[in-house]
Design a protein around this ligand. Structure first.
Ligand SMILES: Cc1cc2nc3c(=O)[nH]c(=O)nc-3n(C[C@H](O)[C@H](O)[C@H](O)COP(=O)(O)OP(=O)(O)OC[C@H]3O[C@@H](n4cnc5c(N)ncnc54)[C@H](O)[C@@H]3O)c2cc1C
Length: 494
C-alpha cells in the first residue's frame, strides 16, 4: 500500500521526505536509527508474533512505546529481542540531559537480561559499591555506610552498581533497543494516544511541525516519564498531597573526594530542615553531581538566587560544607520541582504505563531507574503473555498493575516514614539485627513477594517505633529533639 505523497520506494524514501521537510526538526542521531512512518501509519519488515493472529495487520506495530528513557528503551529492547514489531518514539534527540544518576543494584539482572551489562562496563561508568550518609552535625569524617556486597542479592555476579551520566547512559540504552530490533524514532513528539471507545489503538506522532501520522498498534506503552502522556490525557494524574519538593543541582569539579575505601559511593547529606537532603554522586573525570532537595516553599520564601539558595543549603550540613569548600560549578543549574504524583490506574484496554509515567515517588532512595526497568520488564511479560501466550488481556494487565503498584507503594511508604524520622532509619541501619533487612531493601526490586514482604515488615516495625517515639516527649530520637529552637530553618527564608 502506498501512502499519499510517498513513493513505492518504501520508508527510506519517506525518511528523505521527512528530512527535507523537517530540516533540523527531525534528527536521527543514533546510528542506524530508522524512520519508518508513512502517511498512513507505519511499516516494517520485522516478523511478529501477531502474524498468525486474526488481529494481525501488516501495517501495524505490535507495540508503540512513547518515550525513549530507561523505561522505554528497556521495553523496546525486550520487545525487539523477542521478535515483536516495536516502535519507540522519543521527542528529544539523545544524548539529552536528565536527572537521576545513581542507580540501584537491582537493575543489574535486567541489564543482564537484555544483554546490556557488558556495555555498562565498556562505558566505564563509576562503580557504586554502596551508600553513605551524614547527619547535619556529624563531625567531618563521621558517617554511616552500607555496602551492597554485605548481603549480596541471590545470584549476584557483582557487588556494585553504577553512577551514570544520564545523557550517555540513556543514549546507550536507546541505541541498544535499536540494536535488539526495535525501531526508534527520535525528535518526534507523540500524542494524543488514539482511542476507540476505551481501547487505545495507536498514537498520533508529530513527525515535524504540521505533519502528523497516526501509528496504529496492538498496545500503546506510555514511557513518557513525568510528562505522563496517558494520565494527563485521561486526567488521572494526582499531585502528591505530602511531597512538594524542589531540587536544584549541578556538576562540580574540585569536590573533596570520598575517603579511601569509599570510592564511588553515593553520599546523602541530611540538612537541618524537614524533608531536606543533598546528594553527592561521584561521576567520571573528576566530576561530582551535587543536588539539594527541599520543600518548594523554602525556595519561594527565600527570595534568593539559585546560587545563593544552593550555598545557603549546603552550609546546613557540616560535612557537605567542608567537601564543597573548593568546588567549582561546571554546568548550569538544573531545577526540578513538583515532581511527586500518582495515577488512578496503570493500565487499560490496549495500554500500559511504565516508569515515571505510572507514578513518581521522592528520589531519596534512588529508586527511579529501578521502577523504570522493572515496570518495563513486567509490562513486556504482560504483553507477551497476551500476544504469544493467549492470556486474557484484562487479567494480564491487572496482574501487572498489582505487582508493580504494590512494589512502588512500598517504596512510597518507606520513604514517607524515612522523612518522618530519619534518625530512626539510621538507628535500624546500624543495628546488627536489622542491617540485612535495610541493605536488602535498598538494593531495590520490591516487586517479588519475598522482597515486598521484607519491606512491609520493616515498614510495620518502623511505624510501631515511630508511634512510641512520638508519644514520648523526652525521646531523643524524636524529630528535632537535639536541635535548639533558635537554630531551626537557618539560612532559608531569612
Ligand atoms: C530530583 C531527582 C533526583 C533523582 N535521582 C535519581 C537517582 O539518583 N536515581 C534514580 O534511579 N532515579 C532518580 N530520579 C528519578 C529518575 O530521573 C527517573 O525515575 C527515571 O529517569 C525514569 O525513567 P523513565 O524512562 O520512566 O522516564 P524519563 O527518563 O523521564 O524518560 C521519558 C522520555 O520520554 C520522552 N517523552 C516525554 N513525552 C514525550 C512525548 N509526548 N513523545 C515522545 N517522547 C516523549 C522524554 O523526552 C524522555 O526522554 C530522580 C528524579 C528527580 C526528580
Amino acid at each position: 500500500m502506498e501512502a499519499p505523497g510517498a513513493t513505492d520506494n518504501g520508508f527510506l524514501e519517506v525518511t528523505r521526505r521527512c528530512r527535507r521537510r523537517a530540516g533540523a526538526g527531525l534528527r536521527t542521531d543514533l546510528p542506524h536509527t530508522e524512520v519508518v512512518l508513512t502517511r498512513h501509519g507505519a511499516s516494517g519488515t520485522l516478523r511478529s508474533p501477531l502474524e498468525k493472529d486474526s488481529m494481525a495487520d501488516a501495517n501495524e506495530f505490535d507495540v508503540v512505546v512513547v518515550g525513549g528513557g530507561p523505561a522505554g528503551a528497556t521495553i523496546g529492547a525486550l520487545l525487539g529481542m523477542n521478535g515483536y514489531r516495536a516502535l519507540v518514539v522519543e521527542k528529544d534527540v539523545h544524548p539529552r540531559d536528565h536527572v537521576g544518576e545513581s542507580i540501584t543494584p537491582s537493575t543489574n539482572p535486567i541489564f543482564a537480561r537484555i544483554g546490556f551489562l557488558e556495555k555498562m562496563e565498556d562505558a566505564g561508568f563509576v562503580h557504586k559499591p554502596g551508600a553513605c550518609w551524614t547527619a547535619p552535625r556529624s563531625p567531618v569524617g563521621k558517617f554511616v555506610s552500607l555496602r551492597l556486597g554485605e548481603f549480596p542479592p541471590p545470584g549476584a555476579t557483582q557487588f556494585y552498581t553504577y553512577n551514570v551520566e544520564r545523557d550517555h547512559f540513556d543514549a546507550l540504552l536507546l541505541r541498544h533497543a535499536l540494536e535488539k530490533g526495535a525501531k526508534v524514532l527520535q525528535g518526534a513528539k507523540a500524542g494524543p494516544v488514539l482511542f476507540e471507545g476505551d481501547r487505545a489503538v495507536g498514537v498520533r506522532v508529530e513527525v515535524t511541525e504540521g505533519w502528523e501520522h497516526d501509528v496504529p498498534a496492538r498496545f500503546v506503552v506510555d514511557a513518557t516519564g513525568r510528562r505522563a502522556l496517558i494520565p494527563t490525557q485521561l486526567r488521572m494524574k494526582k499531585k502528591d498531597p505530602v511531597f512538594n519538593q524542589f531540587c536544584i543541582y549541578s556538576w562540580f569539579e574540585g569536590v573533596e573526594p570520598n575517603p579511601p575505601g569509599y570510592e564511588g559511593m553515593l553520599f546523602l547529606h541530611f540538612l537541618d530542615l524537614e524533608r531536606c537532603w543533598a546528594w553527592a554522586i561521584p561521576l567520571r573525570n573528576g566530576i561530582t553531581s551535587v543536588g539539594v532537595v527541599t520543600d518548594k516553599q523554602d525556595f519561594q520564601r527565600s527570595g534568593r538566587s539559585h546560587e545563593e539558595f544552593f550555598n545557603s543549603l549546603i552550609s546546613l550540613n557540616r560535612t557537605l560544607k567542608w567537601t564543597m569548600r573548593s568546588a567549582r560549578r561546571v554546568r548550569p543549574w538544573w531545577i526540578e520541582a513538583d515532581y511527586s504524583y500518582e495515577t488512578d490506574r496503570m493500565v487499560g484496554p490496549g495500554w500500559l504505563l511504565i516508569g515515571d509515567a505510572l507514578r513518581f515517588v521522592d528520589p531519596v532512595f534512588s529508586t527511579g531507574v529501578d521502577v523504570a526497568m522493572f515496570s518495563a520488564n513486567y509490562a513486556f511479560e504482560a504483553i507477551d503473555a497476551v500476544i504469544r501466550g493467549g492470556q486474557d488481556e484484562a487479567t494480564a494487565l491487572a496482574d501487572y498493575q498489582r505487582r508493580v503498584g504494590e512494589g512502588v507503594q512500598a517504596w512510597y511508604d518507606l520513604i514517607a516514614l524515612f522523612y518522618k524520622l530519619r534518625n530512626l532509619f539510621t538507628a535500624y541501619a546500624v543495628r546488627k539485627r536489622f542491617r540485612e533487612q535495610v541493605v536488602r531493601i535498598l538494593q531495590g526490586n520490591l516487586y517479588v513477594p519475598e522482597s515486598l514482604q521484607r519491606a512491609r515488615e520493616m515498614i510495620a516495625l518502623m511505624e510501631e517505633s515511630f508511634r512510641k517515639i512520638t508519644s514520648d516527649p523526652e525521646n531523643l530520637l524524636a524529630p528535632g529533639a537535639l536541635i535548639p529552637d533558635h537554630e531551626r530553618r537557618v539560612g532559608v527564608g531569612a
